[in-house]
Design a protein around this ligand. Structure first.
Ligand code: MN
Length: 289
């Protein structure tokens, strides 16, 4: 099932490429709140049959304004440097940070982004007015957690997944010659975590360790890889994170970007495609505030 959030935190399923609103099936205590998907995901055994029973041909996707499919996770977790070729390109880059070490999957670790950085396909990536700085696209697959999870192992980790989405980890790059491992601020500007256009439930994704992922800017291919190349796999990342902290329904793990990161500027149109999920297209503009 593909589930989208749109408008005023309305919830819809995407059926035959059209948006069928299911908001009326949702508990009024949660309906039209930014927490609605946390509730839907936690109680999905209840909601899946309700959603499936909604009739109607729906409306064109282009006629609604899409939000992120998990708009308000308790935790927005991100893997750094999880593709070898991206580690290589950053090591040779003027944007090189304090340390780029590839060890075992358990050495990958993670960082946290602000939940306020999340936006959806109906928004735009808004670049803050910082003179002389570069903002880079990072094409990633996002994992959305389906159940409260603590201390998972790689063997059972996928049982905790609700679904998958396209996720961009927009990043303010370091100033030339400044070596810093700081990531949280540079990746937490508002709109710096576009997600969507929807979440695909885990039962429909196929083999999550074999999905093509690519990104174009104004139609030009910038990134192209496959999730088979992840150093820390999806189960690895869930094991790592859930042995640090409890994961909650709706939590998001950004799995890291492959090589080919590069700048985006005002006026660009960026499209991230992940196999079996779909295409997330975002406009880029200068922040108005
Ligand atoms: Mn990233």
């Amino acid at each position: 099932m593909k589930i989208a959030v749109h408008g005023d935190y309305d919830v819809a399923i995407v059926r035959d490429g059209r948006v069928v609103d299911v908001s009326e099936t949702i508990d009024p205590r949660w309906r039209n709140t930014r927490y609605v998907m946390n509730h839907v995901i936690e109680d999905f055994d209840t909601y899946r049959p309700r959603f499936e029973s909604v009739d109607g041909e729906g409306v064109e996707i282009s006629s609604v304004s899409l939000k992120a499919p998990s708009p308000w996770p308790a935790n927005l977790i991100a893997a750094p440097l999880n593709y070898a070729a991206h580690i290589e390109e950053m090591s040779n880059s003027r944007h090189r940070g304090a340390m780029y070490v590839a060890g075992s999957p358990l050495d990958i670790g993670f960082f946290l982004k602000s939940v306020s950085s999340i936006c959806g396909a109906g928004d735009a990536i808004e670049l803050p007015p910082l003179e002389g700085r570069d903002f880079h696209h990072e094409a990633e697959m996002g994992v959305i957690i389906g159940r409260e999870t603590r201390g998972a192992s790689v063997e059972n980790a996928l049982e905790s997944v609700f679904g998958y989405t396209c996720l961009m980890d927009i990043t303010l790059r370091n100033i030339k010659d400044v070596k810093t491992s700081e990531r949280v601020m540079r990746k937490s500007y508002e709109t710096f975590t576009p997600m969507g256009p929807w979440v695909v439930t885990a039962d429909e994704i196929g083999d999550v360790a074999d999905l093509d992922i690519g990104l174009t800017v104004d139609g030009e291919q910038r990134q192209s890889a496959n999730t088979a190349q992840l150093i820390a796999s999806v189960p690895d990342l869930i094991e790592i994170a859930s042995n640090v902290m409890t994961l909650y329904p709706g939590d998001v793990i950004a799995t890291g970007t492959p090589e080919g990161v590069g700048p985006v500027v005002d006026g660009n149109e960026v499209t991230l495609s992940v196999e079996n999920i779909g295409d997330l297209t975002m406009r880029v503009k200068t922040r108005a505030w």
